[in-house]
Structure formats: structure tokens, C-alpha cells
Design a protein around this ligand. Sequence first.
Ligand code: NAD
Length: 311
Amino acid sequence: SRNEIVGIVGSGFIGQSWAMLFASVGYKVHIYDVKAEQVSSALTNIKKQLHILENSGMLRGTLTAEQQFQCISAAASLKDCIKGAKYVQESVFEDLELKRKVFHEIDEVADAHTVLASSTSCIVPSKFTADLTHRENCIVAHPVNPPYYVPMVEVVPAPWTSKEVVTRTQAMMKEIGQSPVMFSREQPGFGLNRVQYAILNECNNMVKSGILSAEDVDILMKDGLGYRYAWMGPLETAHLNANGMEDYLNRYGPTMVSVSKDFAPVPLWTVPESQSLLSQMEQMVPEDKLPERREWRDARLIALAKLKKEM
Ligand code: NAD
């Protein structure tokens, strides 16, 4: 392995995925967790995962599974984890107070040139980095689950994040084979969740009004829009569906506006307001079948990642 260090703070599901991604290009990865036993079980799990990936031909990088595993080690303290690190990726529970606390602890022991990134899915970085000494080094790098197979990462700066840290984070993500999306500034939900919520709102409204069943809403996506979206985004889709975007606007613009004006308001995402949706979902995948169905999903995501790599 090379001599540059990456610190992983929090060794749950996302922390483990990051450790594997950084080790895939030979970084010296230090993992820290408040629960010491969590780090040892994380290491056991990472070792197992790396060998499974190697056997299925899906291991990233040019090093063997064993060489990659040798790049990763447990840190006894937060200081040992991030001292001298080029880059730190925080992946503790999604809780604002905890993020504040952990970023304060990181700030106290971090070097002046270490990038301090958070995996947070929803919390804008200004909310937990404002009063830190190294606040210009703080940034969000939000991955998608499971990061080993889904490469997009949202890179979101706080108002005080330096340009250099933005560029270094982007380079780091590209280096480990992820696909960074660069935000010019923060906004609630970043980008992925805003698009996801727009989709979910309309899907919920169609089920609520009884226009479509929950099953048919999901078919609409998985056997319809989803086919394109695994390969190209909605904007390129539109561009290709007409003679370019200008033609698309001329042809479909007025229809899009009038249909969009017919949208119902944002639904209340509460249990009492969602009874029909809840019973239909329980019928689609009963609660005791969820683990089985997740395995089914992961196998398909792996197959898709393989196909996208080959094409
Ligand atoms: P997780 O519950 O699997 O792991 C969190 C880990 O943080 C635990 O091992 C816990 O012991 C550790 N921890 C708690 N307090 C700590 C502290 N003070 N110092 C060090 N370690 C501490 O959670 P996860 O699913 O890996 O999520 C981690 C982060 O990644 C969250 O911010 C989450 O929003 C984000 N994220 C999650 C997903 C997802 O789908 N799971 C996707 C993208 C981003």
C-alpha cells in the first residue's frame, strides 16, 4: 500500500463501504468507532466481502483482496485514526447533535490540510461545521446505498468550504472510481433526495386517489422510466426523445406545464394518512419477507453494475 492515510470515523454499513473503496486504490485506511467491538466485526465483515468480490470478479482496483485488506487497520482512538490523514470520512449515525459533537472532536485533532468529509444523507454541512477551526476543510460527500455498486456521490460544500477542498474531494472520489456530483452550494435534501421525494410525492398521490395500485405505480417505474434511467438521466432522455432539447421544449413544453399544474399538493407522509399504501405494501412484500427481498435486490444491483462496467 502507499503511504497516504484515509481516516474512517464510524464503522457501520457506510463506513465499511468507504473503507473498501479507499483500500481498492491502496490508501492506508484507519477505522475508528466508539464501540471497539464494532471495529473488529467491521474488519471481519470487510475481509469476507473482499474475498466474495474477488471470487465473483467484482473486486475493484488492481490489488488482490488480501492486499486490499492489509491496507485497512483498526485505530484505537479518534486521534490515531485521523492524525496525518489526507482525507477523513465521517459515517456515524444520522443525528445532528452527534454530527456536531463528532466534528468538534475531529476538529480538535485534525491537521490543517486534512479534508473532513461527512456521509450525511440530509443534514446541510453549515449546521454542524460553523464554529470549527478547520471549517474551510469541511464538506459533505453523500454516497448512495450500496456505495460499492452505486457510484454516485453528492459533494456539497458549506458556505465557508474552500475551493481547494472542493477540488480535492472531487479528485478523491474520481480516484476511487466513484462518480461525484458537484454542488455549487448546499440546499436541504441535496439533489438525489429532492428528485426522489418529487417522485415519491406523485406516486403516493396516485395511490391515494386510487388512480393506480401501488403495484402498478412500481411497474410504471421499473418496467418503464427505470429502463432508461439506469443508463441516461431525464435531461438527456428528453434531448434524445425529440430533435434535441429545443425541439422538446417546443413540442412538449406546454403539455408539461399543464399536466404539472394538475399535480396534487405534497401529501402528508403520516401513518394515518397512508393506510391504503401501507396495506398494499404489506401485500406486495410482507414484513417477514423483507430480508429475502433485500438479497434479491442486491443480487440484481450487482448484476447491473457488472453490465454497466462491461458496456
Ligand atoms: P450505522 O448505524 O450502520 O453505523 C453508524 C456507526 O457509527 C456505528 O457503528 C456506531 O457505533 C458509530 N458511532 C456512533 N457514534 C460514534 C462516535 N461518536 N464516534 C465514532 N463512531 C460512532 O449507519 P450507516 O447506515 O453506516 O450510516 C452512517 C451515515 O451515512 C449516516 O449519516 C447516514 O445518513 C449516511 N448514509 C447512509 C446510507 C444508508 O443507506 N445506510 C446511505 C447514504 C448515507
